[in-house]
Each structure stands twice: as C-alpha cells, then as structure tokens.
Design a protein around this ligand. Structure first.
Ligand code: FAS
Ligand code: PHB
Length: 408
C-alpha cells in the first residue's frame, strides 16, 4: 500500500499539503501525503474565499489554475459598511490595477485533489496515528497506521502541513519552539446558501450589534458571517435567526437586496492570532496553519499558506537540483517576515471591525472615527488596499523567489 521511502513526506492534505505535493511533482520530486481524514471530510470544510495574486500565480504554476480563471470572480473592490453608510474601497485604483479572486478554498482543494489523482500520486487518506521521527537528523521518517497495519516511511524531509491541531508542530520540543498567541472572545458563525449574493462585491460590516461579512462563492451561492460570542453553538442559530440578525446589521439597500434560503452549511470558527517560531527544525518544515493562524477578517489564512508553500517548494527544488540548502536554511526567516505582516494586518482589521464590549460605548465611536478617516484619506485607503490584495513577494527587501519549476 504505502511507500517505504519518499523524498518528502507531507503530513496533511489541506491546501498547503496538496499544493506542495503538486509543485514538487512538477519538479520531479517524489512526495507522499498522509492525511488523517477522508477526502470527503476535507472537502466538507467550508473555509476561505478570497485569493491574492500570489496564490493565483502559484495555482497557475502548479498547473491547476484553469477552473479558478473560468469560475472564479475577479473583484476590484469591496464595501465597508459603518454608521449606516457604505463606502467602496476601490482596490484596483488604490493599488495600480491589482485585484483579488473570489474562489472558494473547497474548489481549490478539489482542483488539487483531481490533479494529484490524475497524476497517479499517492495520498494516504484516513492515515491514523501519524508520528514524525529523527527530524533533527538527515534521515527523518514518518510512521502511520492504515487498516490496522503500521507503516514506516524513510524520507529526506518532512513537511508539516497538518494545520493548527496537527502532530508536526506538537512534536517539536517546547525548548526549541516559541509560540505567540492572542485569542478573541468571539467567533464567526458562517452560513453557506444557494442564494444570489446580496451585492456584486463583498461587504464588511462594523455594526454596534457585531461584525458581519457578506461574501460569495458564485453568482448563485453566498457565504455570510456574523460575529457571535464564543459560547454560542450552531444549534442556537436557526436559519431564520441568522437571517434576522444579518438584516439588523445591514444597511437598508442591502436589506432590500438580501435573498435568503436554507443553509447548506453552518459552523462557528474561533478567531485567533498565532505564530510558531521557527518554522523549521532540522528536516521538519512547517507550512500554513501548522505554523500560524490569523483571524479570517483580512482573508489571509489561505494566502499565507500559499506563500509558505512557494518558499518551501522553491527551497526543496533548489536542494535536489543544485545540492544547495540555502533556501532550506532561510525558509523560516523568509516566511516569518510575510507571516508577521499579515498577522499585523489581520489583527488591525479585526480590531477595527468587531465589537469589543470591554471597550465600552467609546470603543464603537473610536472605530467609527477611524473608519470615517480611512474612507476619506487616500493614503489610509491605500494602506488598507495594498495589504488586502496581498503585499508583493519582494516587499520590504524580501529576497525574490525564483520562478518555479518548468513542468517535468
Ligand atoms: P488545514 O487545516 O486546511 O489542513 C491541514 C490538514 O492536515 C487537514 O486536512 C487535517 O485533517 C490534516 N491533519 C491534521 N492533523 C493531522 C495528523 N496528525 N495526521 C495527518 N493529517 C493531519 N482563511 C481565510 O482566508 N478565510 C476564511 O474565511 C477562513 N475561514 C476558516 C474557518 C475555519 C473553521 C478554519 C479552521 C480556518 C479558516 N481559514 C480561513 C483559514 C484556512 O483557510 C486555512 O488558512 C487553510 O485551511 C490553511 O490550509 P492548511 O495549512 O492546509 O491547513
Ligand atoms: C469567505 O468568503 O469565506 C471570506 C471572504 C473574505 C474574508 C473572510 C472569509 O475576509
């Protein structure tokens, strides 16, 4: 069934693991992916919806961008709603023509799964009890159980793409890794429905009743979020209660436009700012949510995972092609500069858009004042826009990543 040896053992078949596997495959590097859940379970998670240019380019480089270009929606702006009025942030004008792509993480994952299957590459789904070994040596290995049989896979590198609750970061001695964390006293209650979006672009809402976000997956499928107390559970939120509360947080025009319908999915995601340093220990390299978490307000989670994978795939290709470990050595430092910029932006936008009762009534007034300044200040709007579309890879003197592998 499994391999006894591979060049790169990837733990986790979410976007990070699958994208890394695809980029390595196109460079002729062998990688085995071990995933704890079933493929259907992975596809059943409804998560991110907005892709930055860096992520779009990486999907093209991986040869899986076709459906994104065909079905994704290019957005040149979004609305900020506060104090009962909507203000458009014109991303394209403020960033010299840049935009974002609205294309669900579920679809991106589906495209990556199809490409891997089409290439006949092995992903072991429902791999239980994955453990990682000897990653501070040059001969690491991973172990897993499948159908009651235990397998050991020798490898050159382990890519920890196993998300926030994964085994890889947890296997690094506490004396070696530093973790930085901020938690928030609220979560996002998300609802997916086969209804036309309330607006052709996203609407981010600062309301005294709590944050709301009107997003979308296609012209006929919408994704909405409400800030709710962490103690809430989805069982407390009927579809009707959700739509009523959303209406209360919207402006009159959006209320008129809103088309409601039965929920296809409802879930509550906790919000967290989290970074683990370093992202590499020996031959174990962490990527995506395994290394960092951002509150989803700035739509950075999935995009940070993609830029980690770009740095990681480049480093591994350089190692195998040129025998150089320069990219491996600098991997953590290069990822973390970008990670912390996105952490800062996501934390700032979360603080601006959500309700923090502990800040009292003045808190709402100060947020509204900052939003009022922001939408009337060109430099302030530009700062928001350039972070939202995603800072370019060479920003702030970051070494440019060489273009990826020509297809093998
Ligand atoms: P993932 O968590 O997606 O994938 C990790 C994979 O590893 C999973 O499939 C898991 O089953 C597997 N795994 C875990 N432990 C394992 C083990 N021991 N052995 C083998 N496999 C193991 N980002 C946005 O930009 N916008 C959003 O709206 C948004 N909403 C989110 C909602 C939720 C509930 C969560 C948790 C995240 C959300 N995110 C959002 C962030 C999300 O999109 C992540 O950034 C993205 O999934 C990161 O991808 P991965 O790094 O692959 O991690
Ligand atoms: C989503 O569509 O899931 C989404 C969009 C933008 C965000 C967060 C989530 O900032």
């Amino acid at each position: 069934m499994g391999h006894s040896r591979t060049q790169v053992a990837i733990v986790g078949a979410g976007p990070s693991g699958l994208l890394l596997g695809q980029l390595l495959y196109r460079a002729g590097i062998d990688a085995l992916i071990l995933e704890r859940q079933s493929a259907d379970h992975v596809l059943g998670r409804i998560r991110a919806g907005v892709l930055e240019q860096v992520t779009m380019d990486l999907l093209d480089e991986a040869g899986v961008g076709a459906r994104m270009h065909q079905e994704g929606m290019v957005h040149g702006g979004f609305d900020l709603l506060f104090n009962g009025a909507r203000h458009r942030i014109n991303l394209a004008r403020l960033t010299g023509g840049r935009h974002v792509m609205v294309y669900g993480q579920t679809e991106m994952t589906r495209d990556l799964m199809a490409a891997r299957q089409g290439a006949g590459l092995l992903t072991v789904y429902e791999a239980a009890d994955v453990t990682v070994h000897d990653f501070v040596s040059t001969q690491p290995s991973v172990r897993y159980t499948k159908d009651g049989e235990t397998h050991t896979v020798a490898c050159d590198f382990i890519a920890g793409c196993d998300g926030f609750h994964g085994v890889c970061r947890a296997s690094i001695p506490r004396t070696v890794i530093r973790e930085y964390e901020r938690t928030y006293a609220f979560g996002w209650l998300g609802l997916l429905s086969d209804t036309p979006p309330v607006h052709h672009e996203l609407i981010y809402v600062n309301s005294a009743r709590g944050f709301a976000l009107c997003s979308q997956r296609s012209a006929s499928r919408s994704r909405y979020y409400l800030q709710v107390p962490l103690k809430d559970s989805t069982s407390q939120w009927s579809d009707e209660a959700f739509w009523d509360e959303l209406r209360r947080r919207l402006d009159a025009d959006a209320r008129d436009q809103l088309v409601t319908g039965p929920s296809l999915e409802k879930s509550i995601a906790p919000l967290r700012s989290f970074v683990a340093e370093p992202m590499r220990v020996g031959r174990l390299l962490l990527a995506g949510d395994a290394a960092h978490i951002v509150p989803p307000t700035g739509a950075k989670g999935l995009n940070l995972a993609a830029s980690d994978v770009k740095f990681l795939s480049g480093a591994l290709i350089e190692f195998y092609r040129e025998g150089s470990d320069a990219g491996i050595e600098s991997y953590s430092e290069r990822c973390l500069r970008r990670v912390w910029r996105a952490e800062r932006f996501s934390w700032w936008l979360t603080g601006l858009m959500h309700q923090f009762p502990e800040n009292g009534p003045i808190g709402q007034k100060l947020q509204e004042a900052e939003l009022d300044y922001l939408v009337h200040s060109e430099p302030a709007s530009q700062a928001l826009a350039e972070n939202y579309v995603g800072l370019p890879l060479g920003f702030g003197g970051d070494p440019i990543v060489r273009e990826g592998p020509e297809s093998n």
